[in-house]
Ligand binder design. Structure first.
Ligand code: AMP
Ligand code: MN
Length: 269
């Protein structure tokens, strides 16, 4: 799940309280490229009697592709995180400035960066903040329209950044005692045979597994992913990838159910 520490709509406290209302018993906060929401979430989880798993979703690179690596059960106090996260903050800030420049050159409002920054607040800035700024400015009506027209692949706001290689991300997660898993494997526009190569390389690099249950994945995809987990002897995880109560398609704590001894949740409880 994501909070205002990155591109989510709810504060860590609000998020965990809503999770509690929804009957969630085990929860990981996995903000993009930041650990800043974890303390508040952990404290709220203690009050609500929810089992809390400190997490993060790291933006990284597999060759030229951008992928997301989940760290679950990490130690946020591990000394390696400070430099790792500072680097990502710098990359995101520099990328945000470039995105704004390119979009202003396309005749979008001059104050786009200021608007996106205001929406991000003290959280890690990302493209969803630009999407919301474009809605606020009356230029698009939904985030997905903002991605289709301005921010998605091949559009002017799709600015490349020198994200760390996935090996570095895996190494940092493992060094801090966490499990490293590829997030939402079917969302990178990869064929299943390419995905097999990625999973094999992840395994060789020390990753523990990948997500199999999340919004938008089909039953057929789940079946193929589960088979891949068997072949590579890896853990699988599930998540609602919750960002905002405004999105009708993702409900906090809801995802396709999978029942397998490979579930990482069984190890984390
Ligand atoms: P960033 O990490 O700043 O590049 O932003 C990536 C985030 O943008 C993802 O985690 C999604 O939440 C969101 N996103 C990516 N593509 C789309 C899309 N086509 N429509 C809506 N949201 C998207
Ligand atoms: Mn993601």
């Amino acid at each position: 799940m994501h909070s205002t520490a990155s591109d989510g709509a709810l504060s860590p406290q609000e998020l965990v309280e809503l999770a509690s209302e929804n009957g969630v018993k085990l929860l990981a906060l996995t903000d993009h490229d930041t650990l800043s929401g974890l303390d508040e979430a952990a404290a709220t989880a203690r009050q609500c009697g929810i089992r809390f798993v400190p997490g993060v979703e790291l933006t990284c690179r597999w060759n030229t592709r951008v992928i997301h690596l989940l760290g679950l059960g990490i130690d946020p106090a591990h000394e390696g995180w400070k430099g790792y996260i500072e680097n990502l903050e710098g990359l995101r800030q520099a990328r945000a400035e470039k995105i704004a420049k390119r979009l202003v050159a396309k005749k979008l409002p001059e104050d786009l960066l200021a608007r996106a920054q205001a929406l991000a607040g003290s959280g890690q800035i990302g493209r969803p903040h630009f999407a919301r700024a474009l809605i606020e400015a009356g230029i698009v009506s939904t985030e997905s329209e903002a991605f289709d027209r301005y921010l998605g692949q091949g559009k002017p706001g799709d600015v490349k950044a020198e994200w760390p290689d996935m090996h570095e991300a895996i190494e940092q997660v493992k060094a801090s005692g966490g499990f490293a898993l590829l997030a939402h494997p079917t969302k990178y526009n990869l064929t299943f045979s390419r995905l097999r190569i990625l999973v094999k390389e992840l395994g060789n690099a020390g990753a523990d597994g990948f997500e199999v249950a999340y919004p938008g994945v089909s039953q057929e995809q789940i079946r193929l992913l589960m088979r891949m987990a068997d072949q590579h002897d890896m853990y699988v995880s599930a998540g609602s990838d919750f960002h905002t109560p405004a999105n009708r398609w993702t409900h906090l704590g809801r995802f396709p159910q999978v029942d397998t001894p490979r579930q990482l949740a069984r190890v984390l409880v």
